[in-house]
Design a protein around this ligand. Structure first.
Ligand code: PGA
Length: 248
């Protein structure tokens, strides 16, 4: 695992966007590997990265015609049209603004009647594209990766997850009131994240300092889900000074 500490959130976004742009530009589709497969997060942290990707698309530096995406998670019980669903977020911040074909976008269905069938099919879909090439992720204040809350097994695949009080509290800033925040979600598992060929975690702001410290400096434990990335041979935490504060 590598750790980079940059000056501020803009530098974090620009470094990560540059790497993604370079990977998209240099990707040469073949019959065996027609698509570059990206795993994508939602949340506040990746928004500046998405802005730079959209800009690069508008400047004709990249096209998403050979990109397939898998989002990390979705709230259970929110329809795609709900303005706090991650379907909606992705449409507003990225997919609606670039040339990715609709059928190359994958997001878990929070309204699925049979949750376990939905989760199983998602894993199969990821496998059918040969796995995730680059998984982009944020990190929760409690060390969660996607919605894998502390205590989730490192062996977990895509599953339904009950959200912790902390996550509900933190995410309530996007809802009118705390009671409106869904109490569970569908999420890719920690094994799903770990199996990605490369994992890039974005962490900005002092609120993430403790989670980053526990993830990169403390022993690997399921109590801090992101700590599993210490064992990943191609993972990197890209932090700003605030998030990297405790590492100095
Ligand atoms: P944030 O969320 O980017 O909004 O801080 C990150 C996360 O909870 O994984």
């Amino acid at each position: 695992m590598k750790v980079l500490i940059l000056k501020n959130a803009d530098e974090v976004a620009s470094l990560v966007a540059s790497e993604l742009i370079e990977r998209i530009q240099s990707f040469k589709p073949t019959d065996q590997k027609p698509f570059l497969v990206l795993g994508l997060p939602t949340g506040s942290t990746p928004i500046p990265v998405y802005k730079l990707l959209v800009q690069a698309y508008q400047n004709k530096e990249i096209s998403f015609k050979n990109v397939v995406t898998f989002n990390m998670d979705e709230y259970k019980g929110l329809a795609a049209e709900h303005n706090q669903s991650y379907h909606y977020f992705m449409q507003e911040n990225l997919f609606g603004l670039i040339d990715i074909p609709r059928n190359q976008i994958h997001i878990l269905d929070g309204m699925a009647k049979d949750t376990s069938a939905e989760c199983k099919a998602y894993e199969e879909k990821i496998a059918s594209f040969g796995g995730i090439d680059i998984q982009l992720a944020g990190i929760g204040e409690n060390g969660h990766l996607a919605f894998n809350e502390p205590g989730t097994s490192f062996q977990s695949l895509t599953h339904e997850q009950k959200l912790t009080e902390n996550t509900i509290e933190v995410n309530s800033r996007f809802f009118e009131k705390k009671e409106d925040v869904p109490t569970s979600a569908l999420t890719i598992g920690l094994k799903t994240v770990f199996e990605a060929k490369k994992v890039i975690v974005l962490a900005t702001g002092e609120k993430k300092a403790e989670a980053v410290y526990k993830s990169v400096r403390m022993p690997v434990t399921e109590n801090c889900p992101a700590s599993i990335l210490q064992e990943h041979e191609n993972s990197v935490f890209v932090c700003d000074e605030g998030a990297g504060k405790k590492l100095k």
